[in-house]
Design a protein around this ligand. Structure first.
Ligand code: RB5
Length: 151
């Protein structure tokens, strides 16, 4: 599985921990930055990672900012993206099983390394259940498509 990773300065350290963890587990990781803690704008990184997932250059995306809020909001503006901000393993599991989340957002200033890596593992190992949840995902996609029609 190919996973794109991105963060702003607030998520840099956690992003690096996640990268090392995923590489050790044998995942194919694409790190699109940042490379240090110099201040940047999280929408730039959330958008780039989301476009790679939407464009199928990556199977999944994991994005990190200080809280996880800004970068998840930015990623969710890209059509086809369901980016779930998770602070525990239950949310991570459910975001896959019920919401078919194709991106995960974490807050580098919110969760510690151990919890964050458990969240990542839970998110990567859970599968979408489909069925009634598929109907709901289709309704989300209808919202995206109706926005296009309004333009
Ligand atoms: C940067 O200071 C901070 O605002 C950002 O990392 C993030 O928390 C925004 O949602």
């Amino acid at each position: 599985m190919k996973i794109v990773l991105a963060s702003d300065h607030g998520g840099f350290e956690l992003k690096e921990e996640i990268k090392a963890h995923l590489i050790k587990k044998g995942y194919d990781v694409i790190d699109i930055g940042v490379k240090d803690t110099q201040s940047v704008d999280y929408p730039d990184y959330g958008k780039r990672a989301a476009l790679m997932v939407a464009g199928q250059e990556a199977d999944r995306g994991i994005v990190v900012c200080g809280t996880g809020i800004g970068i998840s909001i930015a990623a969710n503006k890209v059509k086809g993206i369901r980016c779930a901000l998770c602070t525990n393993e239950y949310m991570a599991r459910m975001s896959r099983m019920h919401n078919n989340a194709n991106m995960l957002a974490l807050g580098g200033r919110v969760v510690g390394r151990g919890l964050a890596l458990d969240i990542v593992d839970a998110w990567l190992s859970a599968e979408f259940e489909g069925g009634r949840h598929e109907i709901r995902i289709n309704k989300i996609m209808d919202i995206e498509n109706s926005k296009d029609e309004e333009k």
